[in-house]
Design a protein around this ligand. Structure first.
Ligand SMILES: [Ca+2]
Length: 245
């Protein structure tokens, strides 16, 4: 399986004529997913640099994302957050910041985000079960369109997934996504069922079984979105549910 993914990734990047500078396919977990949840506050990281324990990558075209830790007034925790700062307007450009410590399958992930700017887009996303830069799930809030949508990215092609129990327009959920201040995006993934929350309110569910293997968790933006993130929380649901048995 791993060999196939590597091969597929090489084939895809080969066709596009440009390999990314960093490829999650070459990542190896540094540790097992801890039984306690992990909370990344970015407060101990060096200002102006990539945060430790992360790897930057990208789906699509345009420039690579530029992720760095910045001092932020009224950050959700401490005085620092991480920011995707490069405002390349290429529409099909998805900068990724992948947490490189472990892979996990069933997981509860949340992050605080703040849309700073963007003419094409103002997006903040969470990814999970990421196999490589072209294969993963992502849920994203869009402060420009005021909606939250869950997609799969398979072989580099992004497609939105149908909201469970809804007919007609199933393109995520229309909801106010504040374009100032901080909000919280959260997804829980159990098997093929994903539950999406914004600011503590459950918005919708999606069922999909394209990616069932453990994968990486990370952050995601689109096009020229300059977006701040803080307090990335990752909890292993396998452990939590297994512990009660
Ligand atoms: Ca912080």
């Amino acid at each position: 399986m791993r060999f196939k993914l590597v091969f597929l990734s090489l084939a895809l990047f080969g066709c596009s004529g440009a390999a990314p500078p960093s490829d999650p396919d070459s990542m190896q977990p540094a540790s097992e997913m801890p039984q306690e949840h992990v909370l990344v506050s970015f407060d101990a990281d060096a200002v102006g640099a990539m945060p430790g324990q992360f790897l930057a990558s990208r789906t699509g075209g345009g420039r690579e994302g530029v992720w760095r830790v910045e001092q932020v007034e009224r950050a959700p925790s401490g005085t620092q957050a991480v920011v995707q700062t490069d405002a390349d307007r290429t529409s099909y450009r998805f900068p990724l910041l992948v947490y490189d410590q472990f892979r996990v399958r069933d997981v509860d992930v949340s992050v605080a985000f703040q849309a700073v700017s963007g003419r094409v887009d103002q997006a903040a996303g969470l990814v999970w079960r990421l196999q490589n830069a072209n294969n993963y799930y992502v849920v994203r809030a869009n402060a420009k369109e005021d909606n939250v949508v869950l997609y799969k990215v398979e072989n580099g092609e992004r497609s939105d997934l149908q909201v469970k129990g809804r007919r007609g327009n199933t393109y995520g959920v229309d909801v106010d996504v504040p374009d100032s201040g901080w909000s919280t995006l959260r997804v829980t993934a159990r098997g093929s069922l994903f539950e999406v929350y914004l600011n503590g309110r459950k918005l919708f569910e999606v069922e999909d079984s394209t990616f069932g293997d453990p994968g990486w968790v990370g952050l995601w933006t689109k096009a020229d979105s300059v977006t701040r993130f803080d307090d990335l929380r990752i909890a292993n649901l396998d452990v939590e549910e297994g512990a009660g048995q």
